[in-house]
Design a protein around this ligand. Structure first.
Ligand SMILES: [Zn+2]
Length: 201
């Protein structure tokens, strides 16, 4: 690339390494850096030990509206919105920071893989920026949850306050996890004070 300084290239490589380590897809890396596709694929193989997955990115809003993903997407987006509101620039670096916070908050969920992958988190931010999705306030718990855009105000009840019937059958641990999720989502001060400590001055 002509006009790209060595420092800029180094920074972009560093960003790509972070994104790949957290499971970022090649299409996302191409969009966020000026590195060539070949270089990104090489980096991916080196870090993940396998070729990057092929196929389209999951460009669908419906996944975010299913029960468990919605809770996770909402936790991530709450962190992202909080960081932006407190002065961090919107964009990939803040997405990365919010995603790391999401991973920390969701450690209690004891899963091998996070429900919300980094690429989906990135797509979610794009969806909100393009007015395809938004945050809506649950009328019961006052938590902010991801919904389709233009959801009528004061009509939304979240999936934790009104879980689908199949969720009732889940085990106790699942119930406990949901209670923790609800605590995180419905009391912004609880979540925000833990994030606030991590915002650089
Ligand atoms: Zn609720």
């Amino acid at each position: 690339m002509t006009g790209t300084s060595i420092i800029q290239k180094y920074q972009e490589t560093e960003l790509a390494i972070k994104l790949i380590s957290l499971g970022g897809r090649i299409q996302m890396l191409e969009s966020e850096t000026n590195l060539s596709r070949n270089k990104l694929i090489k980096l991916y193989k080196e870090i993940q030990g396998c070729p990057p997955p092929k196929g389209l990115l999951p460009f669908s809003t419906s996944w975010f509206m299913t029960w468990e993903p919605n809770i996770h997407a909402s936790i991530f987006y709450n962190a992202y919105a909080f960081l932006v509101k407190h002065g961090l620039k919107s964009g990939i670096q803040t997405i990365l920071k919010a995603y790391q916070l999401y991973l920390e908050q969701c450690q209690f969920l004891n899963k091998d893989e996070p429900v919300l992958g980094l690429t989906r988190a990135w797509i979610l931010v794009k969806f909100v920026e393009k007015n395809i999705m938004q945050q809506s306030c649950c009328t019961a718990c006052q938590g902010l949850f991801i919904t389709h855009a233009y959801h009528p105000e004061n009509t939304f009840t979240c999936s934790l306050c009104q879980p689908p019937s199949r969720a009732d059958k889940n085990k106790k641990t699942q119930k406990e996890n949901n209670e923790k999720c609800l605590k995180v989502l419905s009391k912004p001060s609880y979540f925000n004070s833990s994030i606030a400590k991590q915002i650089p001055a």
